[in-house]
Write a protein that binds this ligand. Structure first.
Ligand code: PLP
Length: 390
């Protein structure tokens, strides 16, 4: 038996070796501090859990419509109106098993062989992998610390070719926590005017914003931008609901919605019924107090960690405006992020993700979705390690 050729389009995860090593060391009883997780260390708020329990007890345990029940879609519409002043109707929404699933569906239904998808780098590793799996060609725009890892309008203009079909935007971003301002998004939107390039705007970390920065949704920029944008969002990160699997798209392009329902209808059908009910509580703001408490805690940790890293000789780190990651620059120490991370784990018991996993050498990603005590201990160990290998 041979595995199908299409699987060869997917690269093995570069984080896998390090994760396996971490697990092995932990099993040997070693003291491992992990900063590699892409999920909040907080529990899902009780109000959401209670709503799910109630739904189960009431027997809401059957298939629903593929794209999600009307009440949940309406709660998404209300959220987009309340938070961003955006107007959508029930024919503009599809709920999927997490934003990752929404993205997969989109790439599958949009990309023809050879279509180009522009992805700012560093990127969330899933984007290029899903594009390749869908026979598309990822085209990267390189960024660095000097622009807080954000692309410029000029760079975008230079990256566009007749084959460009999609631009992926991710603000706040994973792994760098970059947040695009209204002005920056407006400049980007001007480059797209007159083209038929679609924007996939992944706004997963929208609620985790620091320094009183104002989050701007891509679709808010102009009528033109609204029309060409598919907004992708979910509840995993802001509401600590990673295991519930809830993601959605919103777009005025009903052809995309129809195609997505057709595809999802043959693959997964609806997401689980109780998550749909529980998610209404989160979307309607019933967990806002808890969301804000988590955001505040993330900001406190970010403040500590950014300062602590910048105090280390040979390491620099820009202060992210959102999400819960630092993209730490270790170029003065080494360009080889995989070796650095493997050695750091083996010698100091600290797990971080090599920058190469996100398309960039000379960095590592440090998740501060971990308690402050562990963060302090972890950064001390990283300092000891870099002093040693410098
Ligand atoms: N988008 C970004 C930028 C992410 O970092 C992640 C998770 O790591 C997701 C989407 C996936 O979220 P979900 O849990 O809804 O699939």
């Amino acid at each position: 038996m041979k595995i199908a050729q299409r699987m060869e389009k997917l690269s093995p995860s570069v984080t896998m070796a390090i994760t396996a090593l971490g697990r092995e060391l932990k099993a040997q009883g070693k003291d491992i501090l992990s900063f590699s997780a892409g999920e909040p260390d907080f529990d899902t708020p009780d109000v959401i859990k209670d709503a799910a329990v109630k739904a189960i007890k009431a027997g809401f345990t059957k298939y629903t419509s593929v794209e999600g029940i009307t009440e949940t879609k309406q709660a998404i519409i209300n959220k987009l109106k309340r938070d961003h002043g955006l107007e959508y109707n029930l024919d503009n929404i599809v709920i999927s098993n997490g934003a990752k699933h929404s993205l997969f569906n989109l790439f599958q239904l949009l990309i023809n062989e050879g279509d180009e998808v522009i992805i700012p780098s560093p990127y969330w590793v899933t984007y290029p992998e899903q594009v390749k799996y869908s026979d598309g060609v990822p085209v990267f725009i390189e960024t660095d610390d000097s622009t807080n890892f954000k692309i410029t309008a000029e760079q975008l203009k230079n990256a566009i070719t007749p084959k460009t079909k999609i631009l992926v935007l991710n603000s706040p971003s994973n792994p760098a926590g970059s947040v695009y301002s209204k002005k920056e998004l407006t400049e980007i939107s001007k480059v797209l005017e007159g083209t038929d390039i679609l924007v996939l705007s992944d706004e997963m970390y929208e609620k985790i914003i620091f320094d009183k920065e104002v989050f701007t949704a891509t679709a808010q920029i102009s009528k033109d931008m609204y029309n060409r944008t598919v907004t992708i969002n979910g509840l995993s990160k802001a509401v600590a609901m990673t295991g519930w699997r809830f993601g959605y798209i919103a777009t005025p392009k009903v052809d995309i919605v129809k195609a997505m329902i057709k595809l999802q209808g043959q693959v997964t059908s609806n997401i689980n019924s109780m998550t749909q009910v529980a998610s209404i509580s989160a979307l309607e703001g019933e967990a806002d107090k808890e969301i804000e408490a988590m955001r505040k805690e993330f900001e406190k940790r970010r403040n500590f960690a950014v300062k602590a890293f910048n105090d280390i000789d040979g390491i620099t780190c820009v202060s992210p405006k959102g999400a819960f990651y630092l993209f730490v620059n270790i170029k003065e120490v080494t360009e080889n992020s995989i070796k650095f991370c493997e050695q750091l784990l083996a010698e100091e018991g600290v797990a971080v993700v090599p920058g190469l996993a996100f398309g960039k050498e000379g960095y590592f990603r440090f998740s501060f979705a971990t308690d402050l005590e562990s963060i302090k201990k972890g950064i001390e160990r990283i300092e000891r390690f870099t002093d040693r290998i410098k």
